[in-house]
Write a protein that binds this ligand. Structure first.
Ligand SMILES: [Zn+2]
Length: 348
């Protein structure tokens, strides 16, 4: 009988050893100590023994049971520990390893440039204004003294809005002048950067492009003010104090006199060639770049918004923003601005 107990003990210890989960240990417990368990069989067979033997064997059986219960409890603890170790191993991390930064976007070069320009003009007392991109023909053309016969009204240049008579995608930022003068009395100092639209597409033209409009109206405003403001602004925008400007006579319906404004080439500093004698390609060796259209606000335009041209004068200018950015950052194709290629965009 005692050898049977011994056999049961070694059998259970061996089973416990290979039980690797709580469920498996539980199965071992049931196998030995359950209602139909092997230990029960031994206890049942005790009844056939003498009283003396019953006592001895019973005692031994109880001691063995206690021992085995202890061993079971220990195995439970071991398995729990192994489980936690496995989790710790799997989920281990080195908190000293540098983290991965999520990629964060930034403003587009054009938006950034517009902010910079706003700062430059703000220092000279200019406010910033906006106008609608879908504009009435009245503001885009009529109020700006652009006659019915002007080629700009031609179907080939202007995007007319379908099903909305007399509306266009604004072809320039100049209508903001009219909106602003309708709402504000002189003294006026305002810039209006924004999107403009024309049917035009090549290396230096895109159907959507950006302009910067400028307007200053007060008593005694002259071309000297225009020259001072634009020269200052261009020097600051291109971060180059040596920049000079020159005026060439030109024609725009909403100014009189009208002019094209050139500035000295910021790359060759107006020399037409670079330091090592290489010809400057940007200005095609002439040392000057066309940078803006400008002029004194036409008396008819002032009258259109209810200002007395005998009392007030003003200047207006319009610059191609995209072209200025291309010059400043040496960008050779306009399309790069709008393709959203991160390799390009992330350089700025
Ligand atoms: Zn040059």
């Amino acid at each position: 009988m005692e050898s049977q107990i011994q056999k049961l003990k070694s059998g259970m210890l061996a089973d416990l050893k290979v039980a690797t989960s709580e469920v498996e240990i539980k199965e071992v417990e049931v196998k030995y100590f359950g209602r139909q368990g092997l230990f029960g069989d031994i206890m049942k067979s005790l009844k056939d023994l003498s009283a003396e033997e019953k006592q001895t064997v019973g005692k031994a059986a109880n001691m063995t049971k206690k021992e085995l219960e202890g061993a079971t409890g220990k195995r439970y603890a071991e398995v729990e520990h192994e489980k936690l170790s496995a989790i710790a191993e799997e989920e281990w991390m080195d908190v000293t390893v540098p983290g991965k930064k999520p990629s964060v976007g930034h403003r587009h070069l054009i938006s950034k440039f517009i902010d910079d320009i706003e700062q430059v003009f703000a220092k000279m007392g200019f406010e910033m204004a906006e106008g609608p991109e879908i504009e009435k023909e009245y503001y885009n053309f009529d109020q700006l003294n652009i006659p019915e016969t002007h080629p700009a009204r031609d179907m080939h240049d202007t995007f007319w809005v379908k099903n909305l008579e007399k509306y266009v995608l604004r072809t320039h930022t100049s209508p903001v002048q009219i909106h602003y003068m309708e709402d504000h009395k002189p003294p006026i100092r305002v810039i209006a950067p924004g999107k403009t639209f024309r049917k035009d597409s090549d290396a230096t033209h895109s159907p959507m492009f950006h302009q910067l409009e400028g307007l200053m109206v007060d008593t005694d405003i002259s071309m000297a003010n225009l020259k001072a403001v634009l020269t200052q602004a261009l020097q600051q925008i291109f971060e180059d104090d040596s920049i000079k400007t020159r005026f060439r006579v030109s024609y725009f319906p909403f100014v009189e006199p009208g002019m094209e404004i050139d500035c000295t080439c910021p790359i060759c500093k107006g020399n037409g060639k670079l330091g090592d004698g290489v010809p400057c390609r940007l200005c095609k060796q002439c040392g000057w770049l066309e940078i803006a259209g400008a002029g004194m606000v036409h008396p008819k335009v002032l009258k259109n918004v209810g200002l007395d041209p005998e009392k007030y004068t003003g200047f207006a200018f319009g610059m191609g923003l995209d072209r200025m950015i291309m010059i400043k950052y040496r960008i050779n194709h306009l399309r790069l601005f709008f393709e959203n290629d991160l390799r390009f965009i992330q350089q700025f």
